[in-house]
Design a protein. Structure first.
Length: 191
């Protein structure tokens, strides 16, 4: 166990999500620096899976806490879910474009810009609000729930799936299981 920002044993949800942001952006940077199209596609598959896991876990556990504890929480969550939807749309396009096609790198750069913007909003505004309004032990508990949710979450973009806590908690694990099976059958790299 490590000691987190608030002095609690364990890793809190904010530290977990901030690390996720950094790792996703690093993966996107690796795509940019990789001339081999096969490696680009593998890295893209990995980043898509990581973004999906992250987004689903946020929608399940973090967004309800933002709604409840952050000033203007419902509006903040509505905005964040819209950004998730835009990110899912770009990732779906990435899946459908060959890594050798110039459009692929355009989509990678578009995804990177969207993720940077989304991460910046969360890290500079929402996360400090969560730390100010939620006790450290609850943030650690949320971190544990987020880590478990990421293990069961879908690994592929599903543009027509709702971005809702109820959907992710009831249907999401089944979708995630099917995604992981397809990943294995197709040799898709998902981290």
């Amino acid at each position: 166990m490590t000691e987190n920002y608030s002095g609690q044993a364990g890793t809190d949800v904010i530290d977990i999500l901030t690390t996720d942001h950094k790792e996703m952006l690093e993966l996107l940077g690796q795509i940019e620096g990789t001339p081999d199209t096969g490696q680009r596609k593998d890295l893209a598959d990995t980043v898509i899976a990581e973004v999906m896991r992250h987004a689903v876990a946020e929608e399940m556990y973090v967004y309800p806490a933002i709604k409840e504890h952050v000033p203007n929480g419902p509006e903040v969550v509505k905005h964040d879910k819209q950004e998730h939807e835009e990110i899912v749309q770009v990732m779906k396009q990435m899946e459908d474009v060959d890594a050798a096609d110039p459009r692929f790198m355009e989509l990678v750069r578009q995804l990177e810009a969207q993720l940077r913007h989304h991460a910046s909003d969360e890290e500079s505004n929402q996360f400090p609000q969560l730390r100010a309004h939620i006790p450290g032990e609850k943030l650690v508990d949320m971190g544990e729930k987020v880590e478990k949710a990421k293990k069961l979450a879908p690994t592929r973009p599903h543009p027509h799936a709702p971005h809702s806590e109820l959907f992710h908690k009831t249907v999401g694990p089944g979708v995630g299981m099917v995604d992981r099976l397809l990943d294995k059958l197709k040799g898709r790299h998902t981290g």
